[in-house]
Write a protein that binds this ligand. Sequence first.
Ligand code: BGC
Length: 873
Amino acid sequence: MTTRITQLWLENRRGGTTIGIDEPAPRISWIGDGSDAFDLEFSWYDGTVQTSTATGSRLVAWPFRDLAPRDGGLLRVRGSAGEWSEPVPVEAGIGSDWRVDFASPSIRAGHGGPRPAYLLRARFDPAALGAADIARARIHSSAHGLYQLELNGERVSDDELAPGWTSYRHRLRYQTYDVTALLREGSNVVGAWLGDGWYRGHIGFDGGLWDIYGTDVGVLVQVEVTTSDGRLIVVPLDGAWEWRASPIASAGLYEGESYDATAHPAGWSREEGGEDEEGWAPAQRLPLGDFPARVEPPTGPPVRQIETIQPVSVEVVNDGRIRLDFGQNIAGKVRIRPKAQRGDVIRVHHAEVLENGLLGTRPLRAATSIDTYVASGIAGEEWTPRFTIHGFRYAELEGWRGGVETVDAEAIVMHTDMVRTGWFESSHPGLNQLHSNVVWSMRDNFVDVPTDCPQRDERMGWTGDIQVFAPTALYLFGAQGTLAGWLRDLAAEQWENGHVPQFVPWVDCGFPNFPTAAWGDAAVLVPWAIYEHDGDTGILADQYPSMRAWVDLVDRLTGHTGLWNSGFQLGDWLDPAAPPESPGDSQTDRYLVATAYHVKTARVLAETAALLGHEADAARYAAIAARATEAFQHEFLSASGRVVSDTATAIALALTFDLFPDAAGAARAGERLVQLVQAGGYRITTGFVGTPIICDALVLAGSVDTAYHLLLQEELPSWLYPVTMGATTIWERWDSMLPDGSINPGDMTSFNHYALGAVADFLHRRVAGLSADAVGWSRIRFEPLPGGGLTSASATHESPLGTTACAWQRNGTVLSVEVTVPHGAEGIVVLPGRPDAVVGPGRHSFEVAFRAVGEDPRPLPPRWRPEPELVEA
Ligand code: BGC
């Protein structure tokens, strides 16, 4: 065990910023070092040092004086026996003290296609403003559009796609950058690249929209210096800004970027060395007060370049292009280092899959995803686009001089820079690949907003997708901050009548925007998932009005009967039996789905109200939940336990949402579920709603083995079919690629959707056996369910209290289990053939008798089974 605390964060913003924050008294968390007591120390900028002690390591109340705007210092923590942690800067943002306006080129370009990006710059001299001895320099900044800042020729941060996508009409996030080290004596130049991005670019499907939030892009940049005697100087930049055309001839998130390196004005953001002083014109000033959005700090980490991937193959293809296979479907972009001549035009085409030997670009729809580079011919040139992102595994270079041997290109993976917190491993290579695919689909779809897919003309924050995926997301990564920010947008976009748009931020591109179960329920179930994971009611308190508004709306839609049986529903979306062009036509009654979700959500809200101390509400929502339960039973259950839609999704909902009046009915339905899955040849018959819960339902039905058969199935439709087809991410449809290698004819076919990957939650909780038994992981349940011919499985999670793990192995008829309980938690170990054991922090090993691997029922072709070892006679 280490004696130094290595991770420290504020509120639930693990991995997020600690400077430029809103809270005057942020709660502090860290990963403990096994100590029971901790010392905290805060060295204020004014030289005072405050100390305090704490007994826990989670959400410890700020023990120092409140932070005034811009005030701060260095925080460190140590355990009773250990060393001080590295100091972390903690600093308040500027609140609403904006003293600058947007600077804009004010070019209202038409939109025949993606539009150019611009350069803006402003000079300032801190000394001329009386700043002699500078202690700190900060830039607080944001943009309408996408921006990247430079100060004296250096990039100010490694953020990508800043300020990210929020519901810009309500909320605009600003970043705070520490630029003390970049400041120089005399004149300084702050420069900005500025593109359309989500603010003004082309967003949405079925044609999409342009200029969604406004017609003018602009940057908001407040430079501040604080002198060593504590004086604050806000640099008056308004009026100092000038702008000119940039080398980015066009940039669209969907379309890609075109960059002309021959038009790059070298040194444009430096005081000296500027080669090209032509073309600058005064920028327009757009008053901040003219825009309604609240400007606030982010709650989650920024998007960054996370890793680079080298191609696994480089080959010339039919039309002379050079194809790069990166071996992994990602969200990001390609960086090239061409040995080119001035004026060479290189195009980079992107696609997730190949079809008939060509890039399969049809699924991208209007997101053409082509980057274009006009080379400067200067030795050592290197380029990657600034204001676009693509979903791809393959890239093709067109116009590359010099053939395959000269190719110097790599893929850059980009997403929200979340801390990884969850792992899974087993003896089954197919399951491991499935899990890896889930992790990648999460990474590729957490690009600031939790999206449906990263490649086509969509990339929207679909509420239903994250509703089913949130528990998995919170296990795999520290996604709280990202989701908390997105939930603020959800509440902001929610209609007065409580309606939750189908995706958030909402883009009105013609999709039917009606209250829809399982999608709108994200308003309640996503905050609840965060609460269950962290044990912090803060997120519930923040979202409470939004949660209530949704349930009240549904209650009204049911005419206060609890039965939701009218209006638009997406239902069990993408049921494999639905025709490709009609993914909502599922076999399960959509109103059964809607009513079941109404019960679940109303119950959760009743519990939330009780937790928050709203007694009257708790009773009211409990009554709504009870009424809906009765309505569900009356309408959809027979007295003997049949479910009216005789489908796996319907029964799985009734079982996992606990909708049966008695155990006998549930047991009968469980038997029927097993029959249905068997009759379906252990293939998937469920859509977005049923798939995440079907394995759990089978376990509740008492048939772990059936769950394994379904899980390990490789024939279409199944989780492992895509794996057998070489998938490296989770597909939107079971058969996004058909067995003959052709792409599903539906016009909605993505190879990177996390929703159906929600099964990873089952792998963690049930296959490996690691789950929280109380909110916040203060009590951990270790209950592995061996089967399916697996010889081992393990899950590890960096819980709020520290590392917890459950690993099992089977040798002959011995099942060995090792569990790890973090400090501050207790574990309950539930194993076959022995009484449950309660264990404290530390590692504990158990051995019990269990059937041998060879006895596991396995009705499937043993493709994933290791070859039997040849034994010499
Ligand atoms: C999205 C989904 C979404 C669905 C609902 C699709 O276009 O990609 O993931 O939930 O529409 O209509």
